[in-house]
Write a new protein. Sequence first.
Length: 397
Amino acid sequence: MDLDSVYRAEYGRCVATLTRVLGDIGLAEEAVQDAFAVAMQRWEVLPPNPGAWIVTTARNRAIDRLRRESTREARHAEALLLHTPDEPEEVGPVRDDQLRLIFTCCHPALAPLAQTALTLRLLGGLEVPEIARAYLVPEATISQRIVRAKKKIRDTAIPYRVPGEAELPDRLPPVLTVLYLIFNEGYAATTGPLLRTDLSTEAVRLTRALADLMPDEPEVLGLLALMLLTEARRPARVGPSGELVRLSDQDRALWNREMIDEGHELVRRCLRRNRPGPYQIQAAIGAVHTDGDATDWAQVLALYDQLLRIEATPVVVLNRAVAVAEVHGPGRALDEIAGLDLPGYHLLPATRADLLVRLDRPDEARAAYDDAIALTTNDTERAFLQSRRSRITGGSS
């Protein structure tokens, strides 16, 4: 493990811990960033517990900064930092700093984009360009939303806690969105290595904690099932040379059967409650993909039809088109995505390219692959698309 790996694994945990002690997200983040800068200068080898070292150093940096301040609030914050570790703390029903941080960032006083952008920055350690690509919006927009969100949390004293039982259902949707996005970034990173195990593992852990808190909430169980059924395929998703392997080409013997079995059981549990939601339906789709030796595409398409009725987004239409191609042929699928508007989303031209290859339209397929390659920011995905393009035969090129 190197410093970069420590940053990815510990950044969110350290910010959450300092936020609990300090009560100021902005100061906590700055202190943790300072601590990593110090680590870059001082660490010749990793200490036995890198995360604890970062927290201690960040805490000391925050104390130094607060001592230079003269306000009453700064003196109070310094006193909090100096309290002995064994003093009791009123932190709410769940002793999980990161889960509390998610609920703080997803407070209804903040705009939806600000909620998720701030959480991805603080908890996932994602940089602004990565978040901007995930939302297909300018980097400046994300930066402004994050700054404003931190200011609003501080100025309005939004509490750092998991809400009470009566509040939980109304507060849940943005929290599930954030956990889903963190997991997705771990499973298909926007930059760097294709897979970021630290993020997906942490998303699963936090979703388990949320399921313990809300064991009768079907969408929480559905999201956990979706994560497990997706994560189970990770060992087969990258080949021996680091290349991306499509679902249809994966060696199913490499899949994690324990995760699959747990995911299937969770799908059965949540669907028995007869309150279908988007995460439950996506989990059911994942269950079909991991059931048996081949995917039942007709069943997948039926589930996408159900998902489309409750979440008619362009991404759902695009994903459904893959099933349409398997059941009704690539021509019909191509027609269904012809009017989609997903600027900056590389999977739209990539899907078009695959359908055009199957329709024996090589020149159009090459052009679509070129569009997808230009939009792809992950090196592994780009290499995969370039390889697919190079195999096209015929046409004028």
